[in-house]
Design a protein around this ligand. Structure first.
Ligand SMILES: [Zn+2]
Length: 448
């Protein structure tokens, strides 16, 4: 069933909120009724339709955005199948709980077990892809090889489906090892790159109990999100029933995700719903302007500046130097050889536009700017407190003539760290506080 997105309705009128509540409750009630013979099943509370082109990269393990989930909503994903021995058991467990998931299938596995691909589809799950051969370190492969892996994977799963339909345009890169080239290629093909919000480490040599614990602990930390599992692992088969039962006990709900098609429009959402924890609208925060997309902003080239636009070649260096009164005028012509040859005017008319990636902000910076966390404020407060105590100690030692006049109180460690440079002596208070808070606790102690 497809219901409206429940979260992020703060701005909408009360009537809309009520409708949303009723729809959500109805969806949950329906899910239990839809799972005959399994009264304790968690079911699937709703299905959301997403447009990959509108949101090409999701999952907070790597990206700023994730699926537009409400609190306590979970999306189940399974990688690396189909492997009949375990994948079939995973399908049975999901069927017994009426829980719908997304399967990221490997092309080579699909070639070997086309029946397994059709079972995933026929059970109503979303069929997605995970490369042809699951290369480790895809980010280090030549881009052409990566493209081939992605396209072959899709072709193999399409062939296994055997009904002329294609898998969902959802792609998960093996080991999440992406690079800019892979991301740009996926976006150009209309593929949505799925990272995850939390794994349960079920590919590692851990017990089924540990998989269960990690899944629940990490989910509790984030409150909602995309869970990354593998349907080829016996420990996952063993852990999954317990995970599903516990999800239901703790009030979590399963959400199924399908791609938008011409006759199935995307579920309407607000932009902030695509953040895992959107900042509260009650708190004023500063937002940096978005980096514009230079590549598509205009013509693909910029005009070359004309020689006449530059004024350096007309400057009389000799005259300027003698005006300064240094006594030795520079020769009117430079003595060092000038190797630069300028193209005759008119032959070169365009320069390449700088790539948009040059202006890309690092993920960590984006997250910090978008959602300043409570932890951040706490550490800033701690740093301030430490600064005050450092200042007290420093003023004590100043009485003994240790501190330079006019300088802010500085510890020995700091002085050694920032020698003499102008930037060092006028270091910003925040940066200084951070340094104090992290490494220099007491004036006179050495930096760790
Ligand atoms: Zn994998």
């Amino acid at each position: 069933m497809i219901t409206s997105v429940f979260g992020g309705l703060r701005r909408q009128p009360l009537t809309a909120l009520c409708v949303g509540l009723l729809t959500s409750v109805a969806a949950q009630a329906a899910s239990a009724a839809d799972c005959p013979g399994h009264p304790d099943a968690i079911g699937t509370s709703r299905t959301i339709v997403v447009d990959p082109r509108a949101h090409p990269m999701i999952g907070t393990m790597q990206y700023a955005k994730t699926l537009p989930l409400a609190d306590r909503e979970v999306v189940l994903t399974f990688d690396d199948g189909p492997l009949p021995k375990y994948s079939n058991q995973i399908l049975d467990i999901l069927a017994a709980h009426c829980a719908k998931a997304t399967f990221f299938l490997i092309g080579r596995q699909a070639n070997g077990n086309p029946e397994g691909v059709r079972k995933v589809r026929d059970a109503g799950h979303t069929v997605a892809t995970h490369s042809q051969n699951h290369p480790t370190g895809m980010d280090r492969l030549p881009l052409d090889r990566s493209k081939q892996e992605i396209e072959q994977g899709i072709a193999s799963v399409t062939a296994a489906l055997g009904d002329g339909t294609a898998p969902a345009p959802f792609l998960r890169i093996p080991g999440l090892r992406v690079n800019n080239g892979i991301e740009e290629f996926a976006a150009s093909k209309g593929l949505q790159l799925w990272s995850a919000d939390f794994p349960a480490d079920d590919w590692r040599d851990v017990s089924a109990n540990r998989v269960y614990e990690l899944a629940m602990q990490r989910l509790e930390q984030k409150g909602k999100g995309i869970l990354l599992l593998h349907d080829i692992q016996p420990r996952t088969v063993a852990a999954l029933p317990r995970i599903l039962r516990e999800l239901k006990t703790r009030g979590y709900r399963i959400v199924h995700v399908v791609p938008a098609t011409p006759d199935r429009p995307a579920t309407p959402t607000e932009p902030q719903q695509w953040q895992l924890h959107p900042p509260s609208e009650m708190v004023a925060i500063s937002r940096w302007p978005k980096v514009p997309k230079f590549a598509s902003a205009g013509p693909a080239a910029l005009p070359v500046p004309a020689l006449s636009d530059l004024d350096w070649h007309t400057t009389d260096l000799g005259a300027r130097t003698s005006r300064r009164g240094r006594g030795v005028p520079l020769p009117p012509v430079t003595l060092w050889p000038r190797q630069t040859t300028l193209a005759p005017a008119g032959t070169l008319v365009a320069l390449p536009v700088p790539a948009a990636s040059l202006f890309k902000l690092p993920e960590s910076a984006q997250l910090t700017m978008l959602a300043p966390s409570a932890r951040w404020s706490a550490s800033a407060a701690q740093a301030r407190a430490t600064e005050v105590s450092s200042a007290k100690l420093a003023s004590k030692s100043r009485r003994h003539g240790h501190a330079a006049a006019g300088q802010p109180p500085a510890s020995a460690g700091q002085t050694a760290q920032a020698p003499q440079s102008a930037a060092g002596t006028v270091a910003k208070p925040a940066a200084q506080a951070k340094r104090n808070g992290r490494s220099v606790r007491v004036a006179g102690l050495k930096k760790r």
